[in-house]
Design a protein around this ligand. Structure first.
Ligand SMILES: Nc1ncnc2c1ncn2[C@@H]1O[C@H](COP(=O)(O)OP(=O)(O)OP(=O)(O)O)[C@@H](O)[C@H]1O
Length: 685
């Protein structure tokens, strides 16, 4: 690359030229639209079609204004392609900008170091509005030395774009054509996360029609991780990708707290499904004392026996709890007919029919039905259950003071509860209310149009041509939220593709939620079972996936570690052997310093040691069994220099994760205890 400031000036000049062209096209579209609107010689429908086409074009050009051009590819034949939000051309220079959806834009998204597709360099532009502030380049066709240079560079806390140095085994995974479930497994630092993100970007481009309608859900283990990866996806994908931690998969709940391992195990296994069914059945109650219903002549009680008849009949229908509420109300009224008629003392058919009508419409019957078979939200059901009802049902271990103090393992249970309860009616009621308001608004609009215009009697009025309902329809489809904004608040949103990182931590119940979000089973699952820290996580992919896809899933392995040096990995291999004796550690591509060991008598001495270990440049972390940065929180992220405190108090899997976070230098410190040798500090010998 030449002088960067000269390059930037040249790019700015080209950018200004494109904006001049954009302004000219916009002015032209506006002029033509005005002409169409003023011209009454065409038939009305012809005018409407022309006006709509020009309005869409104008809207497209306006939307493209900010960050008009975001990329450039340079080709082996010397040609250059600029890629942006819309296509632009002029008579003299031909194509100025290629629309990102056009085939010519493809290499910008899909070329990698392993397969450059004729591209020598990809340039990403960054700026604000119309101002081009900077750019950065990926030099493709990179050799081994540029890979090593990239790996040795200090980290800045965010994941870098690795497209330029992607390796063949990674590239194969990124482009794999498999439509179903793909499991990518590899040791720490093998690029699983980087590969999952680039595969997401690749799929968003290669299947953009499908995915721009349904979106991609990307599930990562913790918010730190999501910040880490936020920068990697090319900007176009951003609107179509929903990032979430497993604690955020139920709209309206953001769970961060964790349960104790025993409770987590209970909530993570499929056995909890029976507990949930019991919790729902527990809300279909019988009254302790009879509830009186005062009819015209007599008072008939809703007794436990009457309620039980209604409950049994309703349950036989097999409907979900909330959907069954009107049936329960009907059966309750019906079950009261006979006792009411008996109390009155006559059973004439008309009288029976009158009593039935009266009971069905009676507020006290409605109130009794609401009390005995209440409308429930998933949150209400579970909060009441944890807050007290679980005790009577024989699950004291699930009890907690505040029923709604949600934990991460509650999220799949909330989701399951939503399935068991069915629609609580609120969404339908809200949609109906919205629709009514839209139609009323449309009627108002039509009224204004008609009263504004001075019309002759024989002329058609707006209401003769346009029905308020149709106008409301058009109004309704105009939802300005991005796909991601709509998807993340909709529990029933069906994603076109789901990507899961650190998937070894998912419980059986977590898998159920994810499968529900992706009925097409188009998924990329990345993980490393040797790093599994959750007891109820996934120890066997086949067992976890079998119920959903049988054996129709493919497995790929990444074998090269790009993060840690061979010296660090040799130390970590001992913990790996303990965590999973069958696992093969990945091969490192770099050498570096030997890890260092120390022992301090007490925690107070740690501070000076940490100060000493803190590097001049790059990122630094101290990982301890008790936090703030625990192995669990450090999962999926990396730092240049790492200090691991008290590894002997960690499980082998936790220790393996902690030791493999460093890219450069690793120190291991034990508090208390005597020895200074590596093994003694680690607590392994
Ligand atoms: N081909 C590559 N070129 C340059 N850097 C790479 C390449 N592949 C991976 N890396 C770098 O290696 C590091 C580890 O990658 P990543 O975090 O994706 O690994 P991982 O397999 O997800 O690790 P973990 O299991 O520990 O979460 C990152 O800094 C990533 O940018």
């Amino acid at each position: 690359m030449g002088n960067p400031s000269v390059e930037l000036a040249a790019e700015r000049a080209r950018s200004a030229e494109r904006y001049r062209r954009l302004d000219a096209e916009r002015a032209e579209a506006r002029r033509r639209l005005d002409a169409v609107l003023a011209d009454h010689t065409d038939l009305p429908w012809q005018r409407e079609v022309a006006a709509r086409t020009l309005t869409d074009r104008l809207a497209g050009l306006t939307a493209a204004d900010s960050g008009l051009c975001f990329g450039r590819t340079d080709h082996v034949d010397g040609g250059t392609t600029y890629v942006g939000r819309t296509g632009l051309a002029d008579d003299e220079q031909g194509t100025l900008l290629v629309d990102w959806r056009a085939p010519a834009a493809r290499p910008f998204y899909t070329a990698t170091g392993a397969r450059p597709e004729g591209v020598t360099r990809r340039r990403h532009f960054h700026g604000r509005g119309r101002v081009l502030e900077e750019f950065h380049d990926d030099e493709l066709g990179a050799d081994r030395s540029s890979l090593l240079r990239a790996l040795a560079a200090p980290r800045d806390g965010e994941m870098r774009d690795i497209v330029a140095t992607i390796q063949a085994e990674q590239d194969e995974v990124i482009r794999l054509g498999h439509r179903g479930v793909l499991v990518v497994e590899g040791g720490p630092g093998t690029g699983k996360t980087a590969v999952a993100l680039h595969r997401t970007a690749y799929l968003l481009y290669a299947h953009r029609d499908r995915l721009s309608r349904s979106g991609v859900l990307l599930v990562g283990p913790n918010p730190l991780f999501l910040r880490h990866v936020g920068r990697v996806l090319p900007s176009l994908g951003e609107n179509d990708v929903v990032f979430a931690t497993p604690g955020e998969l139920f709209p309206g709940v953001v769970a961060v707290a964790e349960d104790e391992p025993e409770v987590r195990g209970l909530k993570g296994g499929l056995g909890v499904l029976d507990v949930l069914r019991e919790a729902v059945a527990d809300r279909q109650e019988l009254p302790d004392d009879p509830l009186p219903v005062e009819l015209e002549d007599v008072t008939v009680p809703v007794t436990a026996a009457v309620a039980e008849v209604a409950r049994t009949r309703t349950r036989e229908l097999g409907l979900r709890h909330n959907a069954a509420r009107s049936a329960f109300h009907r059966h309750l009224a019906e079950a009261l007919v006979e006792p009411a008629v008996a109390l009155i003392g006559f059973d004439w058919p008309e009288l029976v029919a009158d009593v039935r009508r009266e009971l069905r419409a009676h507020p006290a019957v409605r109130a009794a039905a609401d009390r005995l078979w209440p409308e429930l939200t998933p949150q209400r059901l579970l909060a009441d259950f944890y807050g007290g009802r679980c005790l009577a049902l024989g699950y004291p271990e699930l009890h907690r003071e505040r029923g709604d103090a949600w934990t991460v393992s509650d999220v799949p249970l909330l989701d399951e509860a939503a399935e068991l309860l069915g629609d609580d009616g609120s969404a339908t009621r809200a949609a109906r209310a919205r629709r009514r308001a839209d139609v009323e608004y449309a009627q108002g609009v039509l009224h204004v149009i008609d009263t504004d215009a001075e019309l002759h009697e024989e002329e058609l009025r707006a209401v003769d041509l346009v029905h308020a309902e149709w106008l409301a329809d058009r109004h309704e489809t105009r939802d300005h939220r991005s796909l991601a904004e709509r998807a993340e608040v909709d529990r029933e949103w069906v994603y076109g593709h789901v990507v899961v990182d650190e998937a070894q931590e998912l419980s059986e119940m977590d898998w159920r939620v994810l499968m529900r979000r992706c009925p097409s089973r188009s998924m990329t699952i990345v993980g490393d079972r040797a790093q599994r820290q959750s007891e109820c996580g996934t120890a066997d992919w086949g067992r976890a996936l079998g119920p959903y896809v049988a054996d129709r899933w493919v497995h790929r392995t990444l074998t090269v570690n790009y993060r840690s040096t061979e010296e660090i990995m040799t130390l970590a291999a001992e913990s790996l052997a303990e965590a999973d004796p069958t696992a093969v550690p990945p091969t490192s591509v770099r050498h570096g310093e030997e890890p260092w060991f120390a022992t301090v008598a007490e925690a107070g001495e740690l501070e000076s040691l940490i100060a000493e270990a803190r590097p001049q440049d790059g990122t630094f972390a101290v990982i301890t069994p008790d936090g703030p940065l625990t192995p669990k929180r450090a999962k999926g992220v990396e730092f240049d220099d790492v200090l691991v405190i008290d590894p002997h108090r960690m499980t082998p899997a936790e220790r393996y994760v902690a030791l493999t976070r460093a890219t450069r230098r690793l120190g291991v410190v034990r508090i208390g205890g005597g020895g200074r040798g590596g093994g003694e500090v680690m607590g392994e010998r």
